[in-house]
Design a protein around this ligand. Structure first.
Ligand code: UN1
Length: 512
């Protein structure tokens, strides 16, 4: 792949061909280059971390608050330079971080490589965006007046991140808040503290002062809640469940002090609409990638396949075949497609939903899982339901719901889109069609943040496919997009009567 040049913006590593090359053109897929990844995996240690006490939370917020003016006064070019240094350091440390991601977050190696590269992309993209967009904007005005729009830091930002992208989302939130001029209290997911700790170390080494970025480990119910409730918290960036986003919103509304913005990116019951002209092979490839890669533990993942009745039987048969070919297993083996889910609690929760689906839905296919695996494995599975209204909730695992549309019994395309919108989420939507213009018609009517046509619907590329949703899926702005950084800032318009200085002097000289 040869990505197109983009003036002033870095080329995302993610565009260099899936898991193949880094920005120096090193082929990561050849065995010799893979060996360092597996060597790093063998030596990766995941040491325990200590949970922050209420006193430590309060002390961190106090220290961060004391840094607000100083950090905001650092020129944006200097803050951006730190992000670039961190990006280079992270690219060099790719094997080490992959090792941590496989060990701690149970990622398959290909997903770990993608995640490190996405994180490097966030660092470089936000550095470039900061220099382009976080500068004063001179606005036209009448003669004798100057108007400038400044973007300044808001104050202490609290960043609460999930376990499914413990490096990319964690770092993306934190460095966006930092480069925009805010000191940051970062609370990573409880399941993945070690990746976050190592990344914060790297950011400190790259030049983010220790007092300006503080890491607080612990559960959301205690540490997260205390950070959000703190009167010095001037903004929250959160990625996780819709339910917790709403709890945070409530807590922000009820606390003393200023009105505080929430940037939330949550879940989705993401659909793919397959019409009768779609190419079955392409559909099945996209479905397998979107529903089962990363064991379905992506908010972007496909949950609801809506396939036209006329081609449904063929597509579902082929899907069953493809699902039998998936390799479920040990994440330290390169050929593994699907690893375990994050922990016992996730395994149990998904298991409960599967019991219900076994009762209420028709099983289409289930990927065989080898005996004796050590970990919380869920076999990728697809079920057919009668109607969209039977889909109860987002299941954060490798579980696909399928419904038919069109034909004598099913909804029309218009009704289908309406039903998808009625679910209330609005993150990703896949469309598979060979009819010119149909994808645009669907995109116009679907209330979702990201539409993917004739391809898979995961793995948004930083700076190329800005990512984020609507409705129950989040508040926007889109991560990895041009409007993200300004949302971390306070805007200030400065209007100066440039004719006034002399005039006032005359008045004063003339005396009152
Ligand atoms: C998430 O899973 O919380 O496009 C969001 C993608 C990823 C999704 C991250 N950027 O698949």
């Amino acid at each position: 792949l040869h990505p197109p040049a983009r003036p002033g913006l870095p080329l995302p590593l993610a565009l260099y061909g899936a898991e193949r090359r880094n920005s120096r053109g090193v082929d990561l897929a050849c065995q010799a280059e893979r060996e360092p990844l597996f060597a790093a995996l063998r030596s990766a240690a995941v040491p325990p971390v200590a949970e922050a006490t209420p006193e430590q939370v309060a002390q961190a917020m106090q220290q961060l608050h004391a840094q607000c003016e100083r950090w905001d006064a650092v020129p944006v070019t200097e803050r951006a330079a730190v992000l670039r240094r961190a990006g280079d350091a992270l690219e060099s440390a790719l094997p080490e971080f992959c090792g941590l991601l496989v060990r701690e977050a149970h990622k398959v190696m290909a997903d770990a490589v993608s995640e490190v590269r996405e994180t490097v992309d966030f660092l470089r993209y936000y550095a470039a965006q900061a220099e382009q967009r976080l500068v004063p904007l001179t606005l036209p005005g009448p003669t004798g007046e100057s108007n400038q729009l400044h973007l300044r830091g808001r104050g202490v930002f609290v960043c609460i991140s999930p376990w499914n992208f413990p490096l990319a989302i964690f770092t993306g939130q934190v460095v966006a808040a930092l480069v925009a001029g805010n000191p940051v209290a970062a609370k990573p997911a409880e399941q993945t503290p070690a990746v976050a700790r190592r990344m914060v170390e790297l950011l400190h080494q790259a030049g983010i002062p220790r007092e300006v970025l503080q890491l607080l480990h612990g559960p959301g119910e205690t540490v997260g809640a205390a950070l959000v409730r703190d009167a010095r918290c001037a903004g929250v960036a959160f990625t996780g469940s819709t339910q917790v986003a709403k709890l945070i919103q409530r807590s922000l509304a009820e606390k003393d002090g200023p009105i505080v913005p929430l940037i939330a990116e949550t879940g989705g019951i993401n659909a793919m609409v397959v019409d009768s002209t779609a190419l079955p092979e392409q559909v099945v490839d996209a479905v397998v990638q979107s529903a089962f890669r990363s064991a379905g533990q992506r908010c972007s993942a496909l949950r609801l396949l809506c396939v036209h009745d006329r081609i449904a039987d063929g597509v579902l048969e082929m899907l069953g075949g493809a699902m039998h070919e998936l390799v479920v297993g040990d994440t330290s083996v390169w050929a593994t497609d699907v690893g375990p889910v994050i922990d016992a609690e996730a395994h149990e929760g998904i298991g409960r939903q599967l019991v219900r689906l076994d009762r209420e839905a028709r099983l289409i296919a289930r990927t065989p899982v080898p005996e004796g695996l050590n970990g919380h494995y869920i076999a990728p599975v697809a079920y057919e339901l009668q109607r969209i209204a039977d889909v109860r909730q987002e299941i954060f695992g490798p579980v696909l719901h399928v419904v038919r549309w069109g034909g004598a019994e099913g909804p029309t395309l218009d009704a289908l889109i309406q039903q998808i919108n009625t679910l209330g989420y609005g993150l990703t939507l896949g469309v598979q069609t060979r009819i010119d213009g149909r994808a645009h018609q669907i995109a116009e009517r679907a209330r979702v943040g990201n539409v993917y046509v004739n391809r898979n619907m995961i793995g948004a590329v930083v700076g190329v496919q800005p990512f984020g949703g609507e409705g129950l899926s989040g508040t926007g702005p889109k991560a990895g997009g041009p409007h993200y950084l300004p949302r971390f800032c306070a805007e200030q318009t400065v209007t100066i009567n440039t004719a006034a200085a002399g005039g006032n002097a005359t008045l004063l000289a003339g005396g009152f």
